[in-house]
Ligand binder design. Structure first.
Ligand SMILES: Nc1nc2c(ncn2[C@@H]2O[C@H](COP(=O)(O)OP(=O)(O)OP(=O)(O)O)[C@@H](O)[C@H]2O)c(=O)[nH]1
Ligand SMILES: [Mg+2]
Length: 188
């Protein structure tokens, strides 16, 4: 199952991983309902993004988030792997904005929630192509620290995986982590 804020690239990752022509889009709020896809023996579940959705009223956005939380609580036992997708480039700015308001950033809150449900979440740090190669370790250390995973991020290679749905970088590693969680060595 893939979760994450709107527009982080959840659907794009499914596309890159499975080759299934999942609908993606430039504006947040493309995936409005839970969508399921079959990938070999695995059922892939694409969740709507939480947070800002373009052209969607606030109440609906709030309901979407509550809906996702309820769905996870109800189905935790049946979920073999959860991938929380975050946007590598946007993450620091969003975190600073939430923290400046004295709030826990929604990405961080979701990660802790998934840990509490004992779902052993994988964090796919997507859009890594937008971060200069030389800056990547600094970005990834920052992200791991904010998620409560003691840096350096390379200590968390089973949890944190930089990917780009656009260039395909890291997608194979992500696939391997998923298959290990699901308990299959190959999907097909
Ligand atoms: N540069 C870059 N852009 C990406 C990457 N992955 C996705 N995108 C772009 O990000 C936008 C959102 O992608 P989606 O896959 O629709 O995102 P989503 O998380 O499914 O969004 P919602 O369904 O709205 O929650 C699209 O314009 C994608 O082309 C990436 O790795 N790098
Ligand atoms: Mg989507």
């Amino acid at each position: 199952m893939l979760v994450g804020r709107s527009n982080v690239g959840k659907s794009s990752i499914i596309r890159a991983l499975t080759g299934i022509r999942v609908r993606v889009g430039r504006r947040p709020g493309v995936t409005r309902r839970i969508a399921r896809y079959r990938w070999g023996k695995i059922e892939v579940v694409d969740m709507p993004g939480f947070g800002f959705m373009s052209g969607v009223p606030d109440e609906v956005q709030e309901k979407t988030k509550t809906g996702i939380v309820r769905y996870l609580e109800k189905n935790a036992e049946r979920i073999s792997a959860v991938i929380e997708v975050i946007d590598a480039k946007a993450f620091p700015e969003i975190v600073e904005r939430w923290e400046a308001r004295g709030q826990i950033p929604v990405d961080v809150e979701m990660f802790h929630f998934l840990q509490e449900l004992k779902l052993d979440p994988i964090v796919a740090v997507n859009k890594i192509d937008l971060v200069y190669r030389n800056d990547r370790d600094v970005f990834l250390d920052y992200i791991s620290e904010k998620l409560g995973l003691l840096p350096p991020w390379r200590q968390w290679l089973d949890t944190l995986v930089p990917v780009s749905a656009k260039t395909g970088e890291g997608i194979e590693e992500l696939g391997k982590l998923i298959l290990a969680r699901v308990g299959l060595s190959r999907a097909r």
